[in-house]
Design a protein around this ligand. Structure first.
Ligand code: 5GP
Length: 256
């Protein structure tokens, strides 16, 4: 029986109190939700894959100087993270039109955008995470203007790095969602990348076939959701195929 104190339960994760001050344990669930939780399912093994994919991304981003909350993976479903005060925004970066942008603006899905576009949504399930502008963010004090400067610069750096990383394994990064938090340390406060990065929160298309390798498979009933996530993990070198199916390999050993 777990003795950890639960701090928060989200749609795909649970946060528990961490073993040291200023730490939390992030647990990855198998639950999948879409359309503000109107559609739900349990996808066996999704949490295990997302734990590894998020570890991989956060570690790589850390190694190129993008500060983030990841400390270490603890086991198949849990990672130790820095405790932050979450900025109540979903930060979306888009390279190619898809999803709500296509719907809202009538731009055909798959249209290359002239430049990366950063959008903000207020994190509020009751309101369906509405799109907001920097004017709203400043007026309602959801984040300070200097914090927004850091968030936008970091989001674009994440986009450049992840676009290259995915392109190297034959995947096009269409769009993704990030969350940021305020980390308090030695009486200073800084913005770091938080939450998780996985095919739950990115659109990933095969470079050659445009096959979807992300949560749109669930949203649009395309089937093969966990298989697609495993394919992403396999291409990144996180898992390898074996006679008995997918097998997780140690990232630190190079993952080949
Ligand atoms: P859209 O606004 O087109 O629905 O989503 C844009 C991108 O952000 C997609 O990659 C989508 O997966 C991600 N995204 C937007 N909102 C959420 C959310 O509430 N949860 C997750 N996991 N991803 C989101």
């Amino acid at each position: 029986m777990s003795r950890k104190r639960m701090i928060y339960e989200g749609k795909a994760k649970i946060l528990y109190e961490g073993p040291e001050p200023n730490t939390l344990i992030q647990y990855f669930k198998d639950d999948a939700t879409a359309f503000n939780a109107e559609k739900k399912a349990i996808l066996d093994g999704k949490g295990v894959l997302n734990n590894r994919i998020s570890e991989f991304m956060m570690t790589r981003l850390g190694s190129v100087g993008i500060p983030n909350h990841f400390i270490k993976r603890l086991n198949m479903r849990e990672q130790l993270i820095k405790k932050v005060e979450i900025v109540p925004l979903e930060v979306i970066v888009r390279n190619v039109a898809a999803g709500t942008m296509s719907k809202r603006l009538g731009i055909a899905e798959g249209t290359q955008l002239p430049r990366a576009i950063v959008e903000f949504c207020l994190k509020n399930d009751e309101l369906g995470d509405p799109l907001v502008s920097e004017e709203h963010i400043a007026a309602f004090n959801w984040a300070q203007p200097h914090e927004m400067d850091e968030i936008i610069a970091m989001a674009l750096r994440v986009n450049d790095f992840m676009s290259g990383l995915f392109a190297g394994v034959g995947i096009k990064l269409i769009d993704f969602k990030l969350e940021f938090g305020r980390y308090f340390e030695d009486e200073t406060q800084r913005i770091i990348l938080a939450d998780k990065i996985s095919p739950d929160s990115c659109r990933l298309w095969d470079l050659e076939t445009n096959e979807k390798l992300d949560k749109d498979r669930f949203r649009r009933d395309l089937g093969g959701v966990t298989e697609a996530y495993a394919e992403v993990a396999r291409r990144l070198g996180i898992i390898k195929e074996s006679a008995g199916g997918a097998e997780i390999v140690d990232i630190k050993s190079g993952g080949k």
